[in-house]
Design a protein around this ligand. Structure first.
Ligand code: PLI
Length: 477
């Protein structure tokens, strides 16, 4: 495989700071061992998320300067609508401040309390909005998605039997809609095949079920179809993406990923009645229907970014960089989710720290340890992210992962080398790592703001310590 360089030149740089081990210890303690609560200035390489962290192009910065900041009827809105119509094929668009704003509105529009919402694995904010609207989420992803080692090329696929079984069980009328995410974030950035999308559409048509997509990473999904699905190798990603979206009634979009902007989102749909309802709600929760909580300049930057994200060369480099990091880790024996996904490398924290139980929070612990080692910030995607069920019990997801998420167009492969070396160092001393416990837990989306502390050392270890370091006892106040 020939080397692939960044398909862009760097025009502006942002300095980042290296820190000492002492500084990192102070920082992670102050953050309650939660990487979400670290200050960005204390982070060396930030792989917390690919959301809103992209570098914009010169064309996007130019578009920003042309933003129309009129309160109503801004031409920036027209630019976004034109871009969505041309690239995604939906006639109607309702902007929102970001993806979860769109999820909030569509959940309120489509879900009647007591209804069911199948989806190909949950996403945190999506499920919360479905539940707040009175819906019950059902995971209908294929079993392979829950197996970090499975090499299935489309681990994001909907399991058609599970979907049909749910219809048989609750009745099509009690299904608000099906939400198909492309790609599936929580499964490791895994794609859905075109054949699967078509098959889901057929079931929906047979039963009169509405079919929406969380299209947040649709460009990356389309690239995987080009790479892996028969008949698509010679098509442009932009065409594949449009074909994918042609099967859906509508999409929720977090522009912060595959529209290459730092803030923004929208709903796009075919049904004018849904647009009318979205417009009724958007004025209450977000802003006027032509800006939806965004500045005109944000709409313009998004209109340009969503086209750029569908470029074949950009995507080949983007997904190639994620793969570069993943392959370095795999070669060193670090357990990762395979195949390597589109936006991130996911470490299998349960296998990495196999001496910890899931209740000792292996992924949260590993994210804190990687930060301590090198200042690289990653994210927990396991028991902490899964939260509690409606009865208040901890959910125990099958996947207990740490996500190394690569921002778009931001880092080079030299950064990826630093990250790989750090993870490998932590892997080599993994047996010495102890777990964490909660000291503060908010009622919803707990991963954002929970605080933790290290679990106490086992009795025998404490006893040994007291013998070796007796001054501990005397130094105490
Ligand atoms: O962060 P928002 O509100 O713009 O988008 C919410 C959202 C919806 N769907 C999916 C698949 C997401 O990944 C997503 C946000 N993801 C974040 C913030 C992430 O770090 O992955």
């Amino acid at each position: 495989m020939p080397a692939i360089a960044e398909p862009y030149r760097i025009k502006m740089v942002e300095p980042i700071r290296m820190t000492s081990r002492d500084e990192r210890e102070t920082a992670i303690r102050a953050a309650g061992y939660n990487t979400f609560l670290l200050r960005s200035d204390d982070v060396y390489i930030d792989l917390l998320t690919d959301s809103g962290t992209s570098a914009m192009s010169d064309r996007q910065w130019s578009a920003l300067m042309l933003g129309d900041e009129a309160y109503a009827g801004a031409r920036s809105f027209d630019h976004l609508v034109e871009s969505v119509q041309e690239s995604y094929g939906f006639p109607y668009v309702c902007p929102t401040h970001q993806g979860r704003g769109a999820e909030h509105l569509i959940s309120k529009i489509l879900i009647a309390p007591g209804q069911h919402v199948p989806g190909n694995m949950y996403f945190t904010t999506t499920r919360v909005h479905q539940e707040l609207a009175g819906g019950t989420f059902h995971d209908v992803i294929i079993d392979e998605a829950h197996d970090p080692g499975s090499q299935h090329p489309f681990k994001g696929n909907v399991d058609l039997d599970k979907f049909q079984a749910l219809i048989d069980q609750v009745g099509a009328d009690n299904i608000a809609y099906i939400n198909v995410a492309v790609t599936v974030n929580m499964a490791g950035g895994q794609p859905v095949s075109m054949a699967n999308i078509r098959a889901v559409r057929e079931i929906c048509d047979r039963h009169g079920i509405i079919m929406w997509s969380d299209a947040t990473r649709l460009a990356e999904n389309a690239w995987f179809i080009k790479e892996r699905e028969d008949g698509y190798a010679h098509r442009r990603v932009a065409e594949i993406a449009k074909e994918m979206l042609s099967h859906f009634d509508g999409i929720t979009m977090s522009g912060k990923k595959d529209c290459l902007v730092n803030i923004g989102g929208f709903l796009a749909m075919r049904d004018k009645r849904v647009l009318t309802k979205a417009r009724e709600l958007v004025v209450v929760y977000e802003g006027m229907p032509t800006y939806g909580g965004l500045a005109g300049r944000d709409l313009d930057a998004m209109a340009v970014g969503l086209r750029e994200a569908l470029d074949d060369d950009y995507l080949t480099h983007r997904i190639g960089q994620v793969r570069y990091l993943g392959e370095r880790l795999r070669e060193a024996g670090v357990p990762i989710v395979e195949p390597i996904g589109g936006h991130a490398v996911f470490i299998d924290a349960a296998a990495f720290l196999d001496h910890l139980s899931q209740d000792e929070l292996p992924a949260q612990t590993l994210a804190a340890e990687i930060f301590l080692d090198s200042g690289v910030r990653t994210m927990e995607r396991g028991i902490v992210s899964a939260g509690r069920d409606t009865a208040g019990n901890n959910r125990h997801p099958k996947l207990e992962l740490v996500r190394l998420t690569i921002p778009r167009r931001v880092y080079t492969n030299s950064h990826m080398d630093v990250v790989a070396e750090s993870v490998i160092r932590v892997f080599e001393r993994r047996k010495d790592i102890r777990g964490l416990q909660f000291v503060y837990e908010p009622p919803t989306l707990r991963f954002f703001t929970s605080r933790f502390e290290p679990l106490p050392a086992p009795i025998e270890e404490t006893a040994t310590k007291e013998v070796v370091e007796p001054e501990f006892a005397t130094a105490a106040p």
